[in-house]
Design a protein around this ligand. Structure first.
Ligand code: HEC
Ligand code: HEC
Ligand code: HEC
Ligand code: HEC
Ligand code: HEC
Length: 279
């Protein structure tokens, strides 16, 4: 399906498409002012850290470690963008959304000024937990219960576990993957959900980004097919190859050293469920 076409004409070298993330993003964004309030742990789970899950969900833990979800607070690109504006607390609402992960809590906004927010120190701040970014309990823990995509029979898990059908719906991902900068010209700056809906794709975000794997999702349980947590997407050459068709048309058939290179690259989005790049 030729949904979106990007045509790049280049003269000596390639014009890199404009990336949304610049310092402007840090200046103008006033995000959702919500974070995940204190999460009580179910019996048998000692800490909010992914270390609590590691021993029993080793495969999933290892995958998550590779994902950007586990690096969403430590990524140097994020850190650079965040610190340049004195660490606005609202960035954390998606990048490390639990109360215990926030160094400061947002108290309100000023009308103007270089730092248009007011923040106070958070007494519950956990200096280790912030490093885990979008960690396991961010997605799985509510009401002292670990929720997941399947019915778990009593006694099958050593912790309370409840089935929640939303884990297999695209809407699950919308909260953090769709938003805009209110003061910017383009209101819906990063709106993967709208792009996805427009694409008319039948697959869910999870179908494409949590690829099925046969393995051991949980310790002591039989081998099963489950959704991987590494979200590799463009970092997986196979996934990228399936998503994009690249055609190259050059002005001449052959070039000598020192020649000016002129040509046309046509990149067609054939497989992604949204624009490329998205987010
Ligand atoms: C609590 C917020 C949150 C939720 C829920 C969430 N994400 Fe993310 N996701 C993020 C953040 C923040 C990043 C960016 C991390 C970074 O690059 O610093 C990210 C990164 C990603 C990336 C990788 C981007 C890259 O550049 O490699 C993919 C793919 C992704 N998420 C898919 C999903 C899918 C699919 C779901 C639903 C199952 C989902 N996310 C749910 C916050 C979230
Ligand atoms: C961004 C949100 C997110 C994060 C972070 C996350 N998960 Fe998940 N998890 C999901 C979703 C969505 C599914 C359902 C995937 C599917 O089946 O399509 C899932 C499924 C699971 C399952 C069920 C597997 C099965 O089918 O039996 C387990 C167990 C699990 N996750 C454990 C973990 C652990 C442990 C971590 C941290 C190391 C973690 N998750 C981090 C969203 C998340
Ligand atoms: C002592 C071992 C153990 C620990 C620790 C543990 N789990 Fe589990 N978990 C299991 C087992 C066993 C199952 C049942 C799997 C099954 O029946 O397929 C399970 C099931 C799950 C499910 C699936 C629930 C569903 O309804 O789909 C999720 C999600 C989950 N665990 C997340 C976590 C998270 C997050 C942590 C860390 C905070 C964690 N678990 C810690 C052993 C453990
Ligand atoms: C039909 C499959 C498909 C569906 C459905 C889909 N995606 Fe993607 N997505 C891809 C592919 C392939 C890429 C890699 C190409 C790229 O970088 O855009 C990608 C890239 C991404 C990225 C950028 C990560 C990166 O590595 O650059 C994010 C974030 C993302 N998707 C989130 C989502 C969310 C959220 C949804 C659901 C609203 C979704 N995707 C639905 C296939 C899909
Ligand atoms: C509503 C959720 C949300 C909020 C709030 C948010 N982000 Fe993000 N951010 C994301 C998601 C989701 C991605 C991943 C998108 C992708 O890779 O396509 C991301 C990616 C990024 C990236 C590029 C990824 C990397 O680490 O390489 C940077 C930098 C970034 N965000 C900075 C910020 C800053 C600074 C703020 C506050 C001004 C902020 N974000 C607020 C959801 C959010």
């Amino acid at each position: 399906m030729n949904m979106f076409k990007i045509i790049l004409v280049f003269v000596v070298g390639i014009t890199v498409p404009r990336v949304l993330w610049g310092n402007d993003a840090c200046v103008t964004f006033i995000g959702p002012s919500n974070y995940i309030p204190r999460l009580e742990l179910p019996p048998g789970i000692p800490l909010h850290s992914a270390d609590s899950c590691k021993d029993c969900h080793q495969e999933i833990y290892d995958q998550w470690r590779e994902s950007m979800h586990s690096k969403s607070s430590t990524s140097p690109v994020f850190q650079a963008c965040w610190t340049v504006r004195n660490n606005p607390p609202f960035c954390s609402n998606c990048h490390f959304p639990m109360l215990e992960q926030k160094p400061k809590i947002l108290r309100g906004f000023k009308e103007t000024g270089p730092l248009p927010f007011v923040a106070i120190k958070n007494r519950d701040f956990d200096t280790m937990l912030i490093k885990e970014g979008v960690t396991c309990v961010v997605c799985h823990l509510r009401n002292k219960t670990l929720y997941g995509p399947r019915e778990i029979k009593e006694g099958e898990a050593p912790h309370s576990g409840k089935y929640d059908p939303s884990f297999q719906k695209s809407e699950f991902c919308y909260t953090c993957h769709s938003w805009g900068f209110p003061r910017a010209r383009i209101k819906k700056t990063c709106y993967t959900s709208d792009e996805y809906i427009k694409s008319g794709k039948k697959e869910t975000c999870q179908d494409c980004h949590m690829l099925r794997k046969e393995g051991f999702a949980s310790l002591g349980r039989p081998k099963c097919v489950y959704g991987m947590h590494d979200q590799k997407s463009s970092r997986n050459p196979d996934e990228l190859r399936n998503a994009l068709k690249v055609e190259l048309k050059m002005e001449k058939d052959a070039y000598k050293i020192g020649d000016k290179v002129k040509g046309e690259i046509r990149v067609t989005n054939t497989g992604a469920g949204h624009r490329v790049p998205t987010g």
